[in-house]
Design a protein around this ligand. Structure first.
Ligand code: FNR
Length: 196
């Protein structure tokens, strides 16, 4: 039985934006989430755009981008995925980053790292299929995930301003609740499952 100890807040959160697009609605959503989150959470983006395409040929000698990714994940208490759905799955760039972080074998960066997923789409099902896809990947990567609430965000023009202000009150309330739940979830995981 490991010794139970408490990791007190504030907690650091590394967030991934699954889109590389300059006008990404998921990047806009990430700005809104940061604004609405409890003050006990401190956010830093974990960039994915400059990673080469992963191959296990790199496993013996990770390039700087791969090492930086793994160090960034190691240095945060939890991760948050804000991702679009491309062709009913997560974008290749995000899957590539996850593959990099999951290796070399035995050094999976996501093991026991609490996570949550959320996404925005212009379509009505709001990235639901991509999120299920991502949840399968994170399960395999041994990341404890926030199961509930789920958040499938359909973006309509003006719903979130470019600097991340949510203009619709009920959406704002919903996203605030989501981030409060995420904070509680991180607290539970870091309390019950202490970091090694
Ligand atoms: C999409 N889009 C999309 N939307 C969706 O709800 N389900 C899907 O499967 C897809 N598939 C898809 C594939 C590709 C290649 C693109 C470029 C787009 C539309 C998507 O929701 C929209 O482009 C969003 O703006 C994507 O989010 P970002 O990249 O702006 O954050």
């Amino acid at each position: 039985m490991p010794e139970i100890h408490h990791h007190e807040p504030p907690y650091t959160v590394g967030y991934f934006v699954g889109s590389l697009a300059t006008a990404s609605i998921n990047r806009t959503l990430s700005k809104a989430l940061i604004k609405l989150a409890p003050k006990e959470l401190e956010f830093t983006e974990i960039p994915i755009a400059n990673l080469p395409l992963y191959s296990y040929d790199y496993d013996n000698d990770y390039p700087a981008e791969g090492r930086a990714l793994k160090e960034a994940i190691a240095s945060v208490d939890a991760v948050l995925f804000v991702t679009p759905e491309y062709n009913r799955a997560i974008p290749g760039a995000l899957k590539n980053a996850i593959d990099w972080a999951s290796r070399p074998w035995g050094q999976n960066s996501f093991a026991r790292k609490p996570s949550a997923v959320i996404g925005a789409s212009i379509g009505a099902i709001g990235t639901a299929v991509a999120q299920q896809n991502l949840r399968s990947v994170l399960s395999f990567c041994d990341s404890p995930q926030m199961n509930s609430p789920e958040a499938y965000i359909q973006i309509t023009p003006g719903l979130i301003t470019d600097d991340g202000e949510v203009t619709n009150e009920s959406t704002k309330e919903f996203l605030t609740g989501y981030m409060n739940s995420y904070f509680e979830f991180i607290t539970r995981v870091l309390t019950v499952i202490p970091k090694p």
